[in-house]
Design a protein around this ligand. Structure first.
Ligand SMILES: O=C(O)C[C@@H](Cc1ccccc1)[C@H](O)SCc1ccccc1
Ligand SMILES: [Zn+2]
Length: 166
């Protein structure tokens, strides 16, 4: 299991660098993917970005299925199209016990390299679209609390400081 960085740890603000596609097939990279899925499932969560475990490379794992049967790997993800808007009450494994409404695109088209090292394109909507956008923010050093008003963000900071002292 990997340790998940917690806000306001400044390492979460690092902008991840692209992965060398030739490395995806390597045992080392595949093992890191296994560790990411194990950490995500154990949290439990439906998404985890490499940034959250202090690995600043552009990849993330997602599984929004109810029975943990649809693991998805996105390496060097890019959003090709965005459509509509949806509000979702988001949480984050790096900002424990804080939830807030975030507005994101309702439907997206994303291109990435998969676990097999091959490029693919995927259309996503609903919770999967929210999760992909949430994880891609992590890779850009952004957190969902950045969308909150300064006042609400200050309340979050105080609440987490108290939680850490407890
Ligand atoms: O911290 C993370 O990136 C994991 C996030 C991913 C996520 C946040 C908001 C909305 C969608 C995905 C979550 O903490 S995973 C926990 C969770 C479980 C079910 C539904 C929403 C969030
Ligand atoms: Zn998160």
């Amino acid at each position: 299991k990997l340790d998940i960085l917690e806000y306001p740890d400044t390492r979460l603000r690092t902008v991840a660098r692209p992965v060398d596609a030739a490395q995806v097939a390597s045992t080392a990279f595949q093992t890191r993917l296994d560790d990411m899925f194990e950490t995500m499932y154990e949290a439990p969560g439906i998404g985890l970005a490499a940034s959250q475990v202090d690995v600043h490379e552009r990849f993330m794992v997602i599984d929004v299925s109810d029975d943990r049967s649809q693991p998805l790997v996105f390496v060097n993800p890019e959003i090709l199209e965005r459509e509509g808007e949806q509000v979702y009450q988001e949480g984050c494994l790096s900002v424990p016990e804080i939830f807030a409404d975030v507005t994101r695109a309702n439907a997206i088209k994303v291109r990435a390299i998969g676990r097999d090292g091959e490029a693919f394109e995927m259309a996503a909507d609903g919770l999967l679209a929210v999760c992909i956008q949430h994880e891609m923010d992590h890779l850009a050093g952004k957190l969902f609390v950045d969308y909150l008003s300064p006042l609400k963000r200050e309340m979050v900071r105080k609440k987490l400081a108290k939680r850490r002292r407890a």
